[in-house]
Ligand binder design. Sequence first.
Ligand code: ADP
Ligand code: MG
Length: 694
Amino acid sequence: MAATAPSRFYLEMPVQFLKGVGERRAQLLDRLNIHTAGDLLFHVPHRYDDASTITPIGSVDVGQEVTIIGRVISKGILPTRKGLRIFQAVLRDDSGMIEAAWPGQPFLDRSVQKNDVLLVSGPCRFFHGRQLQPREWVNLGAEDPGSAAGRVLAVYPVTEGITVRQLRALIDQHLEALAPLVEEHLPDELRASLGLPGIQEALRWVHRPATLAEAERGRDRLAFDELFFVQILHRRANAVARAPRAGIAFEVKRTLTTALKDALPYQLTGAQTRAIREIFADMGSPRRMHRLLQGDVGSGKTVVAVFASLLAMENGYQAALMAPTELLAEQHVRTLAGLLTPLGIAPVLFTGSLSSGARREAEARLASTEPLLVVGTHALVQEATAFGRLGLAIIDEQHRFGVEHRAALGGKGDRPDTLLMSATPIPRSLALTLYGDLDVSILDERPPGRRPVTTLLRRPSAHDKVMTFLDRELAKGRQGYIVYPIIEASEKLALKAATTMYDELSSGILAARRLALLHGRIGAEERDAIMRRFRDGEIDVLVATTVIEVGIDVPNATVMIVEHPERFGLSQLHQLRGRVGRGAEESYCILVGGGGPDTAARLQVLVDTDDGFEIARADLGLRGMGDLFGERQSGLPMFRVADPMRDEALNVRAREAATAVMEADPDLRSPAHRALRKVLGQRYARAMELFRVG
Ligand code: ADP
Ligand code: MG
């Protein structure tokens, strides 16, 4: 049936309708980011077991975690006194025999036959002798265990409620029907020159490899695709952003810029001075600036942006600063007003919630040729918003925006220079992959006077003590945050949730305090209203999810409590910690939880260092990049297969290949690139805006 179905339709079909899935399982697959039949096909193993990891049965010890291969020499169902029925099999290889037991799975007696060869992984415990408890296993059928030893077993990422075995069986069941539907999108010539297998072959190899080498070649092809697509999008973003400018080069006139320097209540740090110099050099050249300013939370990026804005203004141009939330935009306006009042400049606020009168007035000013500094949200890039003379586009917390938003602001006005700002420090090689070929300035020096935040790890059993500590701080007139990994409690995850804990705390330990609940399902307007009340001291504690990660600056908040910190990336925790320690008082970040020794060691990094760069490195080293850049965060689809940190060589080839393709065919219009354009549109729909603005 599959082969005759229209292919795209079939791959895009909700996974729920695949045989063997159904509604309940579809919900589980959803958590693995598997929404369609095609997603299932592209859900690739994260590990393989093969002969090199197989233990001879004779040398399996109690207490060990092992993978073995053995032939079933006897089997049967064993009832227990409690009514539980256990399927048991005795497995043998050349070195010995072992019993394996599957409690509660008597039905296996039908599918596992005597003389079948099983590949089994799991712990070995002592129960009337050695007994293996299979966690993952596969029936290799009646093959010769010798040849089975050469088999490679795919191990997939799973989630609670679905086992590796079930997922493997599901993929096995559909692989042959789905793989032929995937269209080859790399031009043959390119593929041949890079020695990459075809896409269908690669998919078969990653799911059912005959050898580890085959699995790796298949994986490399899929990883190459991801890196290559992103590089194509970057080439395009850069082509759009860097189109030659119609002759404007900013000139340092030393009117506004020098006035700010004189009026500044503090001395610039060395790093700030350096960054400003780099930006001024870019803005002074006729080439369009496309620069990323990286600096840890509190490193003082805003004032650097103000200097750049004033350079634009003293040349008669407008500057726009785009922030991810209304609250952050308002906060910026307040800070900037403080810096710019002595210069007789008032920044303009431009957000979706301006009154219609204020909005019309602001729109009129933007559309005029008056030099100004406007601070706003993505309202700035709406179609209706027009600039009379935009010369500089600045994007704060740029990882919160998609590629197309960044390009859209740059697309307003007279091909403005672009400055991206980010508090998530990433290695340069990674920045290149994620953001394309841009220049980078780094603020690696903190302004003096900021007190380090005291960071503590506490066991869950200390929960009440921690809350009592918070209560004492509140009694002194301070404020605090409590962050949970999830909004609502679920049976599947034994995690504390913001909603339940809000109820529990406000009728318990913190009953005397003014608490507010804040999470992503609360509408943006109400969320901003709550934040404002917190800022104005009308709320003592925000019980929240990570929505507070960006954008709030309340110097009176001195306590940040994070429950289940093991559920967060280190950089994310560092960002959360950055919400406190903004005033003169001693501040605390208390991480409550921590699971096993691995997690404790990981969290210890936060206790040991306050350096965001070091923390990001640890994050990358420890957990791969998924945690650093969720899909929502980076604006780019997350890599499913590729790891830009480790796949450096592949990445270089992807960059070269993308450059060659885009030089030959910048709009991807040639027939050889038809399939490529199509798959880009399907996978990266939002980013494909770039091919429309150009
Ligand atoms: P971020 O890089 O996180 O955006 P900000 O620009 O908000 O940091 O700056 C954080 C704080 O440091 C602000 O209160 C700002 O006024 C202050 N600041 C910035 N530069 C300096 C400096 N050179 N000396 C002293 N304080 C500074
Ligand atoms: Mg900032």
